[in-house]
Design a protein around this ligand. Structure first.
Ligand code: AMP
Ligand code: TRP
Length: 317
């Protein structure tokens, strides 16, 4: 069997939230013990984020913060290559090559594009091309497994399609990746019951302070028609077993305040050590730069080798 290669990325667009963590980032860390022999690449996809973050100071800050977040949740740069997408120019180069073999109608079928269009948003070419750059991210490393939340499933399918199309035109070059989506946490709900999302203002930040947790939980939308506040319980399920939850919610039917207070305690108990670890790591900002530099060297080595293979396949080298 060929080696497992695991790769994923997070956009430095805002603070990560517990949906990002349970849906994706937690798995990145778990692989260190469950898949010790797999190669692992985790990215800060700053060129994807450039579609929405168009301010240099903000881009720098979000990128640094996200690197610190990755380290604070326990990502070990000796086991996993942590790098910034823009440090590896092969990604954008390969994206261009893919641009020449796929069509506009094909990209127009992407959910993200259709949603933006339905809202009459002005769509940048970068947003339209988002799945192409993502395919390049994935395919450059011979990735077998892409751990992501449910909302990224279609993007991983796009990268499979693009790999297949390239292979059929230029010969076998790319491995077809599989998405890996966790059951139950593939779509973590936000405080309004919709998907938790950086762009919906409905998040509980992963490194939230106690005050922020309290404010967010108190703001969870409850439907007074029921004994069990569904939205509160759905978020609570991330922190307690089903048996514990049933006991707690049965004993406190209709007592929304008590249930919300219990949720605040559980979230805070979970986040507190993460917050502390992050504060500790923040004492040494040079370490972040050093980790990203080392990651860029490793990633470039792999990506360049693949890009040379691609260039030969298309006849420019
Ligand atoms: P993003 O912040 O869009 O870069 O997302 C980073 C990762 O978190 C991706 O794998 C997403 O699929 C995942 N993700 C984002 N929101 C959620 C959510 N509400 N539930 C589960 N996973 C999510
Ligand atoms: N599109 C992903 C998101 O918004 C981020 C991403 C970019 C990614 N490139 C990737 C995820 C490659 C997995 C693999 O969450």
């Amino acid at each position: 069997m060929s080696k497992k290669i695991i790769l994923s990325g997070v956009q430095p667009t805002a603070r990560p939230h517990i949906g990002n963590y349970f849906g994706a980032m937690k798995q990145f860390v778990n692989f260190q013990t469950t898949q010790p022999d797999a190669e692992k690449f985790f990215m800060i996809v700053d060129y994807h984020a450039l579609n929405t973050v168009q301010d240099a100071a903000q881009m720098k800050q979000f990128t640094y913060d996200l690197a610190l977040d990755y380290l604070a949740i326990g990502l070990d740069p000796e086991h996993s290559t942590l790098f910034k997408q823009s440090d590896v120019s092969a990604h954008t180069e390969l994206a261009w090559i893919f641009d020449t073999i796929i069509t506009m109608p094909y990209l127009m079928r992407a959910h993200a594009f259709k949603d933006a269009e339905a809202k009459n948003k002005e769509i940048s070419v970068g947003t339209f091309n988002y799945p192409v750059l993502m395919a390049a991210d994935i395919l450059l490393y011979g990735t077998t497994t892409v751990p992501v939340g449910q909302d990224q499933k279609q993007h991983v399918e796009y990268s499979r399609d693009i790999a297949q199309k390239f292979n059929s035109i230029f010969g076998e070059t790319f491995h077809l990746p599989e998405p890996m989506i966790m059951e139950h946490v593939g779509t973590v709900p936000g405080i309004d019951g919709r998907k938790m999302s950086k762009s919906y203002n409905n998040t509980i930040p992963l490194f939230a302070t106690r005050e922020e947790i309290t404010k967010a939980v108190m703001g969870i939308v409850t439907d007074s028609g029921s004994d069990i506040p569904t939205n509160v319980r759905a978020i609570h399920a991330l922190f307690k077993s089903e048996t514990e939850l049933t006991a707690l919610y049965d004993a406190n039917k209709g007592k929304y305040k008590i249930l919300k207070e219990a949720l605040i305690e559980d979230i805070d108990a979970f986040i507190k050590p993460l917050r502390e670890r992050r504060a500790e790591l923040a004492q040494d900002p040079d370490r972040v730069a050093q980790v990203l530099k080392q990651g860029a060297v490793r990633a470039n080595e792999r990506a360049q080798a693949k890009l040379i293979e691609v260039k030969k396949a298309i006849g420019v080298l």
